[in-house]
Design a protein around this ligand. Structure first.
Ligand code: GDP
Length: 458
C-alpha cells in the first residue's frame, strides 16, 4: 500500500476530492499526539486499490501565519509523509502564481507528482487542462471531484505506482525468500481482477490511422449514432466489448481533436500519447506502413517498454501494400534493428479501413496481457536456471566464479525476477541478456518487458 498526499492552494477542491476518495472511512488525526489538525488522513479506496490519503486541509483555516508560509510548511510535511503527491489545480482558474509556487516546492522536494486539474468539466475547465502543461510536471488528469469524473483516470495513473510500491515491498533486502515456501505461490490467485476492463492504448503519429482503427473496432455506425448500451465514452477513453473481451480503449486521437488550441496541438499529440501509455496495460503502437518506424514511433515504443507495458506493434494501411511478402521482411528487419528492447513483441499487419487483421490484433493483445500477468513457479524457474547455467556458465571475471544461487519471480505486470548470486555487480551484461532472452523463449513470453534483478548474497 502507499500514501497519497493531496496538495494545492485553497479552494481548488482538495477536501471534496479527499471526501470522495475516503467516503465514510475518515480517520481524523487530530487526537493523535504530535499531529496537528492541519493534515487530515483517511483510508481511500479507488478501483481495486486501497491506500492512505492525506489532505492539507489546514490551509483553509485562518491563522496568523501568512498563507505562503503555511502553504510551504504543510506541503513540505505532506510531501515527506507521502509516497506520491496529487497536485491539484483549479481548471477554471488556470495556473496562478500560487500554483507556480507549489510546483516549485514540489520540484525542490523532488516529490513524485501527479498533476490533477479539478473542476475540469466544461469549456473553461478544458482550457485549464491545457494551461496545466505549462507547469512542466507531466500530463494533467482532468478531474471533477464534485461530480466524480476522472476517477478512473486517476486510478489508472496510480495503478503502476501501487504496483511499484508492491514490488519494493516484495524485493526489499530485508525480505527473506524461503525456498521451502515455493509451493505457496503456485496456488496463489492471479492478481488480475476479472471485472476490470483490459486497458488498451492505441498510440502513434498523427494520420497513422488511430481514429480509423478505433472506429473500426467500434463499428462506424455505432460511433456516429452516439452513446448506446455497452459503450461509455469520456474525454479520453471508450469502454466496450471487443469480440467478447471487455476493453477500455484510450483514444489519444480523440483527445487531441478535443484540444482546439492549434498552437498546442503538436505538444499535446505527443504528451497525450505518453499519458495513454501510463494508463494502459497493453500499448498498441500503430505504424503507417508507408512511413514506418519514424523517430516519434520509436520514442513512444521505447517509452512503453520503459514504463513496463505489454507492447504490440501494428502496421496499418496494409491494404495499400503491393509487395506484402518483401515488405513484411523489411519491416521485421527494421523492427529488430531499431527496437531491440522490444525483442519478442508481436508485429501485426492490419487495415483499419477494411478491418482485415483486427482478429489477429485482438488475439495478440490478449496473449500479451496474459504474458504480462504471468507468474512462473519458483521450482520451475530454478530448474530452468540450472539448465541455463549448465549450457553456459557465467563468465568468471579475474578468474573468479560468480555463483547464481536461485531465482524467484518478485512481481507481475510486467514479470520481474530476482536472482540471488555472489558478486551481482560483476556479472556481465551479455550474461544478463542471455538470461532475459532465455526466459522469453523458454516460457513463451512475447510482447512484455521482462525485468531481471540480481542481488548479491555472499
Ligand atoms: P489518426 O490521426 O492516427 O487518428 O489517423 P486517422 O484515423 O484520422 O487516419 C488518417 C488517414 O489515414 C485517413 O485519411 C484515413 O482514412 C486513412 N487510413 C486509416 N487507416 C487506413 C487503412 O487501413 N488503409 C487506408 N488505405 N487508409 C487508412
Amino acid at each position: 500500500s502507499f500514501t497519497l498526499a493531496i496538495v494545492g492552494r485553497p479552494n481548488v477542491g482538495k477536501s471534496t476530492l479527499f471526501n470522495r476518495l475516503v467516503g465514510k472511512r475518515l480517520a481524523l488525526v487530530d487526537d493523535q499526539p504530535g499531529v496537528t489538525r492541519d493534515l487530515r488522513e483517511g483510508e481511500a479506496r479507488l478501483g481495486d486499490m486501497n491506500f492512505t490519503v492525506i489532505d492539507t486541509a489546514g490551509l483553509e483555516e485562518a491563522t496568523d501565519e501568512s498563507l505562503e508560509g503555511r502553504m510551504r510548511r504543510l506541503t513540505e510535511r505532506a510531501v515527506d509523509m507521502a509516497d506520491v503527491c496529487l497536485f491539484l489545480l483549479d481548471g477554471r482558474a488556470g495556473v496562478t502564481p500560487d500554483d507556480q509556487l507549489f510546483a516549485e516546492i514540489l520540484r525542490k522536494r523532488s516529490a513524485h507528482v501527479i498533476l490533477g486539474v479539478n473542476k475540469a468539466e466544461g469549456a473553461a475547465g478544458a482550457a485549464g487542462v491545457i494551461d496545466a502543461y505549462s507547469l512542466g510536471l507531466g500530463d494533467p488528469i482532468p478531474l471533477s471531484a464534485e461530480h466524480g469524473e476522472g476517477m478512473a483516470d486517476l486510478a489508472a495513473v496510480l495503478m503502476p505506482i501501487s504496483d511499484e510500491m508492491a514490488l519494493r515491498e516484495d524485493t526489499s533486502p530485508e525480505v527473506e525468500v524461503d525456498l521451502d515456501e515455493e509451493g505457496a505461490e503456485e496456488t496463489a490467485a492471479p492478481r488480475i481482477t476479472a471485472k476490470r476492463p483490459l486497458q488498451i492504448a492505441v498510440v502513434g503519429r498523427p494520420n497513422a490511422g488511430k481514429s480509423t482503427l478505433i472506429n473500426q473496432i467500434l463499428g462506424e455506425d455505432r460511433l456516429l449514432t452516439g452513446p448506446e448500451a455497452g459503450i461509455t465514452r469520456d474525454s479520453i477513453s471508450l469502454s466496450l466489448k471487443w469480440e467478447g473481451t471487455h476493453v477500455r480503449l484510450f483514444d489519444t486521437a480523440g483527445m487531441r481533436k478535443k484540444a482546439k488550441v492549434q498552437a498546442k496541438l503538436e505538444k499535446l499529440s505527443v504528451s497525450d500519447g505518453l499519458r495513454a501509455v501510463k494508463f494502459a496495460e497493453v500499448v498498441v503502437v500503430l505504424l503507417d506502413a508507408e512511413i514506418p518506424f519514424e523517430q516519434q514511433d520509436l520514442r513512444i515504443a521505447d517509452l512503453a517498454e520503459r514504463e513496463g507495458r505489454a507492447v504490440i506493434v501494428a502496421v496499418n494501411k496494409w491494404d495499400l501494400e503491393r509487395e506484402k511478402q518483401s515488405k513484411l521482411k523489411d519491416l521485421k528487419e527494421s523492427f529488430e534493428r531499431l527496437l531491440p528492447q522490444l525483442r519478442g513483441a508481436p508485429l501485426i499487419t492490419v487495415s483499419a479501413k477494411t478491418g482485415k487483421g483486427l482478429d489477429r490484433l485482438h488475439a495478440a493483445i490478449l496473449k500479451a496481457n496474459e504474458v504480462w500477468n504471468r507468474r512462473i513457479p519458483t521450482a520451475r524457474l530454478n530448474e530452468w536456471l540450472a539448465e541455463m547455467i549448465e549450457m553456459h556458465p557465467p563468465p568468471a571475471p579475474g578468474g573468479r566464479r560468480i555463483k547464481l544461487r536461485y531465482m524467484t519471480q518478485a512481481k507481475t505486470r510486467p514479470p520481474g525476477f530476482v536472482v540471488m548470486c555472489s558478486h551481482a555487480d560483476k556479472l556481465a551484461d551479455s550474461y544478463k541478456r542471455y538470461l532475459v532472452n532465455g526466459l522469453r523463449e523458454s516460457f513463451d513470453m512475447p510482447g512484455t518487458p521482462i525485468r531481471l534483478h540480481f542481488r548479491s548474497q555472499a
